[in-house]
Design a protein around this ligand. Sequence first.
Ligand code: BG6
Length: 332
Amino acid sequence: MSSIEKDKIPSSLSSSSSLPLSTPFVDFSKGINGFDKIILRESRGSSAEVYLYGGHVTSWKNDHGEELLFLSSKAVFKAPKAIRGGIPICFPQFGSHGTLDQHGFARNRIWAVEDDPPPFPTTTLNKAFVDLILKPSEEDTKIWPHSFEFRLRVALGPGGDLMLTSRIRNTNSDGKPFSFTFAYHTYFSVSDISEVRVEGLETLDYLDNLQNKERFTEQGDALTFESEVDKIYLSTPTKIAIIDHEKKRTFVLRKDGLPDAVVWNPWDKKAKAMADFGDDEYKHMLCVEAAAIEKAITLKPGEEWKGRLELSAVPSSYCSGQLDPQRVLQGS
Ligand SMILES: O=P(O)(O)OC[C@H]1O[C@@H](O)[C@H](O)[C@@H](O)[C@@H]1O
């Protein structure tokens, strides 16, 4: 459920353009094309990388050093192109659902590190996290006439779980509310798309982007993939599983405040049409995007919305060649 708090707008922000000092858990360094990036390291060996360009997670590795997110070999790290892969943030508009450019502008702006963000209701004990902030530039307010503070915390849990918490606050001084749509556009790395299935979305209604956003109802079986897919599933459960049979790995997504879930794979023709995506790379990725799209989020000045995504990658357990969906979706 989304939480809207009506607490006061903080008077002072401590976002900085220079980067803080690195620790064993949080390493501030330079990435591709000299872009600032932050490497999070958890004591058992898992890690994640976050670019200030886009507030974009580009890598998430388990404690064996295996990459869990897909990043295209042709990804372009240069504004205004969004990085193809990892976890782009779609804000203030998902897709073409509005007047802005596709997926909004948060994914191609430079975010800042925030040293001392307003506290979270529960304190975290893990040390591998970073707080980022995005505020609109004058140019941004010309295309989206609103003032906001978008805080993003990226954290690695002790077991290597990747946790993203977005807090978006309306800071308009003209008394006006604003509305937005949102997605964590997560690209998962999979061994072979034809060996993958998604559980948790069966029997739900969806809008099909390939059929003028018309509404349909999904059939009863877990989703499998044999052609292009671009669907927005509505009112989805808080837990969704992506089962990679070949890798014997299951990704579990847990989400809060994000009722919708987009499932996207461009397949061969669209892959060839994208300059920043390899022709065959569609075989090794699947986007499952925790989102708020069908019902836009509206905030009055001073209100804050929170949307949280938690990803885990666990070894799949087989039972006579079949996974037990109940165990995947109901187990902790
Ligand atoms: O190429 P972009 O702008 O990153 O978008 C990629 C895809 O993102 C998905 O979320 C959309 O549903 C697709 O329609 C879109 O093609």
